[in-house]
Design a protein around this ligand. Structure first.
Ligand SMILES: Cc1cc2nc3c(=O)[nH]c(=O)nc-3n(C[C@H](O)[C@H](O)[C@H](O)COP(=O)(O)OP(=O)(O)OC[C@H]3O[C@@H](n4cnc5c(N)ncnc54)[C@H](O)[C@@H]3O)c2cc1C
Length: 609
């Protein structure tokens, strides 16, 4: 099953470039449906099989450490739109990709997100009608197996996690609807309809009732390990796809990753794919593999000396992420939060691990995010967001009532490096935009060096409408959190720098009454918030859309059967194919893409499913 050293010149029917979330689902499903099919998965990062850091949910934070071997850190070019900063985007780099390191927040898109893919971008077979049943089949929704649109017997288990309902989440769910008078508690924040919008809901997690992470490889790929025809070669970084004269993909070239196998010969090796090559290297990786293979915009390829074989100017463009603003507050020191876990407090970890060993519950089986709302402004509230957002509202949101502006939550803790901060409990307002207007790009900076840093521009906040929307999100979060009983004031350096005599100054040190007036912000205060947003906004870890499934004339890279335009036997299957953003955390969409890609590939190869 694991073959770190692939025989030189070996031949397979189907070769996967990248072994992340989508690839694990497709390769595992193909192997189960057609055990005779010879499949090779080439994954640049290390194996994750049976490793506790990929099984115990609370270890997610460890993958973000600067010395991490399971994530790669993509660094953006500096941009004035984010106060001259370089934005750092961690992406999964291991078998399972993001699914093996992510924060396990279970959020699903709105039906119109996928319907737009189908109707606006001419992608028959990608509407919510097709994708929702596939998502149902993928999950066991332990929260309520009978709930509409959810599944009861799929491999990926979903629960509220093993730590119960922590106080911060409870208070958000309790106080939120009292502050937001027309936004009640909803039964399900993820039923794909507008009933999921503008309701406070308890957050499910990609965590099983057995306290383990619902990643893709342990539930689709490693389950097929007895099949000798399925080979996973981890630590194998693909440089490029190989083509014959008819532009048919015939195989790939790869190198052993110098971090995973420092002692291996670094010379490139080639293997053959007789039927299909599938690129599943994620939204950051896929455009780079395409460009090194000669597929992309002429100007980009010639600037690094790659000979172009197909002109696809859409490669690496329309990069999107859900820009994320985390605003920290002090919490009552007696509250249970994830801060001691984030700070690696030895006593907390010892106790929590003992509890997990005993019965798979406790903080180790959770992520600290227990309640949220997907908020959409009412017509009256549009005035509060201001004129900078009007055009975006009219063109994108107005006619689609299931599209929220942002996801807002109270996180139980401050998920950041807390070096130098008071050792206490925190809670944070976390707000990410569902559909940022800003887009970025990612391109190669070297023809052959797979370790060369990408030329990446995040595009974050280049559209002022995004700043206006996040400004409103900051205010909304503050109004709820300052009324929560656990509130003990703001961690001021990580907030807007309001003038000391402003009515918006952050002077409170305890909760205000429910009926306290809302904070009033002057134009100068709004400017302070905007400066703060530009100085602090970061990634939601949801890179997306860099090889979009669209008509060629609109900058598309693949058609609705995931075929790369202009070549044969080459498909893309990962979140880079999203032609437009979905409003939710993207693991669910990676699963939908993987499950639908499996159906498409199986049909083409004549495999019965
Ligand atoms: C830190 C983090 C937190 C997240 N939190 C959440 C969350 O709470 N909820 C949620 O829904 N989503 C979350 N996500 C997002 C989600 O995990 C991803 O959207 C999803 O994994 C994308 O799946 P994919 O198959 O497109 O790519 P990935 O899962 O990223 O897989 C791509 C794989 O390709 C490999 N690769 C890249 N280039 C090459 C190459 N040249 N050769 C060989 N291999 C290569 C990479 O190593 C990687 O393993 C998070 C992601 C991260 C990184």
């Amino acid at each position: 099953f694991f073959a770190p050293e692939v025989p030189v010149g070996a031949s397979y029917d189907v070769v996967f470039v990248g072994g992340g979330a989508a690839a694990s689902i497709i390769a595992g499903s193909l192997s189960a449906a057609a055990p005779d099919l010879h499949i090779l998965v080439l994954e640049g990062g290390p194996t994750t099989r049976e490793k506790l850091e990929h099984i115990q949910p609370a270890r997610y934070f460890s993958h973000l450490a600067p010395y991490s071997t399971t994530e790669q850190f993509v660094v953006s070019n500096p941009s004035d739109a984010v106060a001259g900063r370089n934005i750092i985007i961690p992406v999964g780099k291991c078998v399972g990709g993001g699914s093996s390191v992510n924060f396990m927040l279970y959020n699903r898109a709105s039906a119109s997100d996928y319907d737009d893919w189908d109707t606006e971008f001419n992608n028959t077979g990608w509407s919510s009608k097709t994708l929702i049943p596939l998502l149902e089949q993928a999950e066991t929704y332990e929260v309520n197996p009978k709930a509409p649109t959810h599944g009861a017997s799929g491999p990926l288990h979903v629960s509220y996690g093993g730590a119960g309902f922590l106080e911060i989440g409870q208070q958000f769910l309790d106080i939120g609807p009292q502050v937001e008078k027309n936004r009640p508690v909803g039964v399900d924040g993820n039923d794909f309809t507008n009933k999921s919008i503008n309701v406070f809901y308890r957050m499910p997690k990609w965590i099983s009732g057995q306290g383990t992470r619902s990643d893709a490889p342990h539930h689709y790929l490693y389950t097929q390990q007895s099949n000798p025809n399925l080979v996973v070669s981890y630590g194998s970084r693909v440089t490029r796809v190989l083509f014959d004269k008819t532009l048919t993909a015939t195989g790939v070239e790869f190198v052993y990753d110098k971090h995973v196998f420092p002692d291996y010969n670094p010379a490139p090796r080639q293997i053959t794919a007789t039927k299909l090559v599938v690129i599943s290297a994620g939204a950051m990786g896929t455009p780079q593999v395409l460009e090194r293979s000669g597929i992309g915009a002429k100007s980009i390829l010639s600037s690094v000396g790659v000979k172009q074989i197909v002109d696809l100017p859409g490669v690496g463009e329309t990069y999107r992420d859900h820009v994320f603003l985390v605003s920290p507050y002090f919490a009552d020191p007696n509250t249970t939060t994830f801060d001691p876990i984030f700070r690696a407090d030895p006593t907390t970890w010892t106790q929590a691990l003992a509890q997990w060993d005993a019965n798979r519950t406790g903080l180790i089986a959770a992520n600290g995010v227990d309640a949220a709302i997907k908020m959409r402004p009412t017509t009256a509230e549009l005035a509060d967001i201001g004129p900078e957002f009007t055009a975006r509202w009219n063109s994108f949101y107005a006619s689609k009532p299931d599209k929220p502006l942002f996801w807002l939550s109270a996180l139980a803790g401050l998920p950041a490096d807390q070096t130098g901060l008071p050792v206490t409990q925190y809670m944070s307002s976390g707000c990410f935009l569902g559909y940022p207007e800003s887009t970025g790009s990612i391109h190669i900076s070297s023809a052959t060096d797979v370790y060369a840093p990408a030329n990446y521009s995040s595009g974050f906040l280049t559209a002022q409408s995004d700043v206006a929307a996040l400004r409103w999100g900051y205010k909304k979060g503050r109004e709820i959190l300052r009324r929560m009983p656990a509130f003990r004031g703001a961690l001021i350096p990580a907030h807007p720098q309001f003038a000391t005599n402003s009515t918006a100054a952050l002077t409170e040190t305890g909760p205000v009454p429910l009926d306290a007036p809302d904070v009033v912000y002057s134009a100068a205060d709004d400017q302070a918030i905007d400066d703060y947003i530009r100085g602090f906004v970061g990634t939601s870890w949801h890179s997306f859309g860099t090889a979009p499934m669209k008509p060629l004339a609109q900058g598309g890279v693949v058609d609705s059967n995931l075929n790369v335009y202009g070549v044969k036997n080459l498909k893309i299957a990962d979140v880079s194919i999203g032609p437009e953003m979905v409003n939710a955390n993207t693991y669910s969409t990676a699963i939908a893409i993987g499950a639908n890609a499996f159906q498409i590939i199986a049909k083409e190869l004549g495999i019965k499913v």
